[in-house]
Design a protein around this ligand. Structure first.
Ligand code: HSE
Length: 436
């Protein structure tokens, strides 16, 4: 049988990783796919640039629309990232009847509903395993492996750069800026690294995970997002004293009134496996009603780990080329006409436990005032830690852990605590999840 003809958009970190893996493992890949796979044209920004892979045999063009309009091309690999021109290119490829494999989480999170609708009409596949958690086959696991379950919640470390920064800061005492620069040099970080540290990249991925877990449309604009830039070394140390680690988690939970979608720093008990996922590694913990908890772990960024997912998608598409479109796995795991309109809850309605840190004057009655405010708002305290004042200071750090509470009540409690005359600073607040 003739090899399948593929057009490649982008020869950056992931594009080059994909070319290297396809070349190195061509024998194994062909045995699995049942056909050869041939890249017949690749679009690049600069044709003469030096690259991290040997793309010598691939004809290059500087015009990406040549790739999506090439009549030889059956599958387009979109590995340029960002929204435009990726969106236009993908829609054009679909309109031309070509299948698409993409690693573009921003594109799927923001425009996936439209892209999948067009693909459905045209009877083509859009595969996006590489968009979430790098090399971990998490889309396949949820969409196919867990299909018998009602998924109750999932929680993931889904940004490799952020996890790498937090780990290096905690274990090596390195500065935020220095570790971020290393993540950029290693090809982990987004083109704009604020997407990593502000939680936007994780929110893109959580949007996708929640859709395929719960059968809801992609709703990136409803994700509550907080980054890691406010985490201080003292919070990391106090969390450790109390038996917790701080991780930047994406959490999606089916609650009684709707669905929680949130990305924020989170204290988790240090004995949980996911609390020990360090460096660029990602992990996603999923609670299914039938299977219970399952945990998926692996490299969340980098050239070849991401290429591993791209190539897996490519082989899946090749195998399904002749399948009846009605019998393929639906893009969002559920049949397109069976997606649910369950609302996504605003963050004020989310229920979670909290870590609070503040500085207060060390005199009788201060702790009583604080605990009274919490009690009045129905917030139950799990632990209190009062530290010694630092040399020459009269204020003491106070750390509290609470049981679960509706966020709205916590917002009110913090405002009242900050109005106490003895409380000298803003209250630092980090959400806490036991992940039981
Ligand atoms: N910047 C992303 C990360 C790349 O660090 O996780 C993989 O999506």
């Amino acid at each position: 049988m003739n090899p399948v003809k593929v057009g490649l958009l982008g020869l950056g970190t992931v594009g080059c990783g994909t070319v290297s893996v396809l070349t190195r493992n061509s024998g194994e890949i062909n045995r699995r796919a049942g056909r050869g796979i041939e890249i017949v044209l690749a679009a690049v920004r600069e044709r003469r640039r030096s690259r991290r892979c040997d793309a010598g045999g691939i004809p290059l063009t500087a015009e990406p629309f040549e790739v999506v309009d090439d009549p030889r091309v059956e599958i387009v690999l979109e590995l340029i990232g960002g929204i435009e021109p990726a969106r236009e290119l993908v829609l054009k490829a679909i309109a031309n009847g070509k299948h698409v494999v993409t690693a573009n989480k921003a594109l799927i999170a923001l425009h996936g509903n439209e892209i999948f609708a067009r693909a459905q009409e045209r009877g083509v596949m859009v595969a996006f395993e590489a968009a979430v958690a790098g090399g971990i086959p998490i889309i396949k696991a949820i969409r196919e492996g867990l299909t018998g379950n009602t998924i109750q919640w999932l929680a993931g470390i889904i940004n490799g750069t952020g996890n790498f920064i937090l780990t290096e800061m905690r274990d090596e005492g390195r500065s935020f800026g220095e570790v971020l620069a290393e993540a950029q040099a290693l090809g982990y970080a987004e083109a704009d690294p604020r997407f990593d540290v502000d939680g936007i990249d994780a929110a893109h991925k959580l949007t996708i995970l929640a859709s395929i877990a719960f059968g809801i449309p992609l709703q990136f604009d409803k994700v509550y997002t907080e980054g890691i830039t406010q985490i201080t070394p003292e919070d990391v140390a106090y969390a450790g004293d109390l038996g917790y680690r701080i991780k930047h988690l994406g959490i999606a939970r089916r609650a009684s009134q709707g669905i929680e979608l949130r990305v924020h720093p989170t204290l988790i008990p240090h004995r949980r496996l996911i609390a020990n996922v360090d460096g660029v590694m990602n992990a996603v913990l999923i609670m299914g009603d039938a299977v219970g908890p399952t945990l998926y772990y692996g490299p969340g960024a980098g050239a070849e780990p991401t290429a591993s997912a791209v190539v897996a998608d490519l082989v899946d598409v090749v195998r399904a080329l002749t399948a009846d479109p009605e019998n393929r796995v639906p893009h969002l795991a559920f049949q397109p006409d069976a997606l649910s309109d369950t609302p996504v809850l605003p963050i004020e309605a989310v229920e979670t436990a909290y870590y609070l840190r503040l500085r207060a004057e060390d005199r009788p009655g201060v702790l009583a005032d604080i605990t009274r405010i919490l009690g009045d708002l129905n917030i139950s305290i799990e632990a209190i830690l009062q530290k010694e004042p630092a040399e020459g200071e009269i204020d003491v750090p106070i750390i509290l852990l609470t049981h679960k509470v509706v966020e709205q009540n916590m917002i009110q409690a913090i405002a009242r605590i900050e109005r106490l005359p003895a409380v000298r600073t803003k209250v630092a607040r980090i959400r806490l999840e036991t992940l039981k």
